[in-house]
Design a binder for this molecule. Structure first.
Ligand code: ZN
Length: 194
């Protein structure tokens, strides 16, 4: 059976979303087709708004609607927690233990994927270190996350700033984004000095 053209197109577009196979894409497409106009208008609006109004914080690289994100604008800047992606900030903020600010690298060093230090927001991090007491390296506890944390520690420690690593308590190879709050809280509390 072949889908009529507009439906086939919608299924193809939805199928580009992560973890959405053709069957799921078709289910979503039929749902959209049968939904009330208000529902589909709200979906289209939400997508447009996110694309138009959300961008990176000029300080930390987190997502924000403003020039500077709420965390950078309001919190203690003496402790910076370095993460791979904005999604990690959402996970760490759920813990509520951390009162400092963040810095998003935009990836991790990965020779296999040809990502080097210059491809990450490392220069921006170094520029922020004036008056900072501690940098918490909260990249994922996998090979690339560890290598990136070690690279950063080698850059930052000679500047006389304390470098810590939160990995302890997180299972090896796990991802911060999906870690539960208790595990993250423990990992943050028992961070080790590098
Ligand atoms: Zn920010």
């Amino acid at each position: 059976m072949k889908y009529i053209e507009p439906l086939a197109n919608l299924i193809a577009q939805l199928g580009k979303l992560p973890s959405v196979g053709e069957k799921t894409a078709a289910r979503y497409a039929y749902h959209i087709l049968n939904a009330a106009d208000e529902e589909t208008d709200a979906l289209i609006d939400a997508i447009r708004t996110v694309k138009r109004e959300v961008h990176f914080c000029s300080v930390c690289g987190n997502y924000t609607e403003n020039e500077v994100c709420d965390i950078c604008a309001s919190r203690d800047k003496s402790v910076i927690c370095v993460v791979k992606e904005p999604k990690d900030i959402i996970a760490l903020e759920k813990v509520k233990d951390f009162k400092g600010v963040y810095h998003v690298l935009g990836g991790v060093i990965s020779p296999l994927e040809r990502v080097g230090p210059d491809d990450l927001r490392i220069k921006e991090l170094i520029k922020r270190l004036d008056g900072v007491d501690e940098v918490i390296l909260a990249t994922n506890p996998d090979v690339e996350g560890e290598a990136t944390a070690m690279y950063l520690a080698r850059l930052i420690k000679p500047l006389g700033i304390k470098c810590t690593r939160i990995a302890r308590g997180l299972p090896e190879g796990s991802v911060i984004e999906y870690a539960d709050e208790r595990t993250l809280s423990r990992a943050l509390a028992s961070r080790i000095v590098l």
